[in-house]
Design a binder for this molecule. Structure first.
Ligand code: 13P
Length: 252
């Protein structure tokens, strides 16, 4: 079975004390993930080391950065490199979140570079894609998202692609409480897998594709039950211990 992942994206939320408390609450819950399931916590940079050390003994729990820069090192004030992340044992990095694309001008070509640098430091990119409302309303979401994959991923070898996690996050569903229906999610996830299989063959069946956009404790099970949905990337509901615990328990 493909790896099933419940990924928390805390975005720019929580103080250090709140972050510690949230992790403690999750660690104290009896969740017992199965061998093919894992939980990933994408926390703000200042909390990475704390989260990593708190989760050190928890099997199947991983810590992710929410971004990193394209370059190895140098005079890039305010940026964080993949090498730095690797040096503190971080194994995942969210890349291309729609908020990064919209507010920080990240485009598909820059994301291709970020993917490369993460892979070169053995960090698994969680590559986000997804269409805005206007594209969904025009009915052209399939080709829009396909283009995002093409421009950021298609330079990779099949072996490299295997190391990527994809998160489909329709922008109109992010933070709006307007979740995609299970039909919409399944349809897009199947499309993405089909597109990848055209390019890469059977490897496409090994790639975990997460759904993101108003995943909540009360809809996660239904979404994750879709055959091509391999878990979720969760914003708001990942800030509430009881909700995220429920979401982790909803993995198939
Ligand atoms: P919400 O779960 O708050 O809609 O956010 C989704 C998201 O952007 C996760 O990366």
């Amino acid at each position: 079975m493909r790896k099933q992942i419940a990924a928390a994206n805390w975005k720019m939320n929580l103080t250090y004390q709140q972050a510690e408390e949230l992790i403690d609450q999750i660690l104290n819950a009896d969740i017992s993930l199965k061998a093919h399931q894992s939980a990933v916590f994408a926390v703000p940079f200042p909390y990475l080391i704390m989260a990593k050390s708190e989760l050190a003994d928890a099997k199947s729990y991983f810590v992710a950065a929410q971004n990193c820069y394209t370059k190895r090192s140098g005079a890039f004030t305010g940026e964080v490199s993949a090498e730095m992340l690797q040096s503190i044992g971080i194994s995942y990095c969210v890349l291309g979140h729609s908020e990064r694309r919209e507010y920080f001008g990240e485009g598909n070509a820059m994301l291709a570079e970020k993917i490369n640098i993460c892979l070169s430091y053995n960090i698994t990119p969680i590559f986000c894609c997804g269409e805005p409302l206007t594209i969904r309303e025009a009915g052209t979401q399939n080709s829009y998202v396909e283009q995002q994959l093409k421009e950021s991923l298609y330079h990779l070898s099949a072996d490299q692609l295997k190391k990527i996690v994809i998160a489909y996050e329709p922008i109109w569903a992010i933070g709006t409480g307007k979740t995609a229906t299970t039909e919409q999610a399944q349809e897009m996830h199947a499309h993405l897998r089909q597109v990848l299989s055209k390019q890469y063959g059977d490897v496409a069946n090994e790639i975990s594709i997460l759904y993101g956009g108003s995943v909540k404790a009360n809809n996660a099970k239904e979404l994750f039950a879709c055959p091509d949905v391999d878990g979720g990337l969760v914003g708001g509901a990942s800030l509430i211990a009881a909700d995220f615990i429920q979401i982790m328990r909803s993995l198939k």
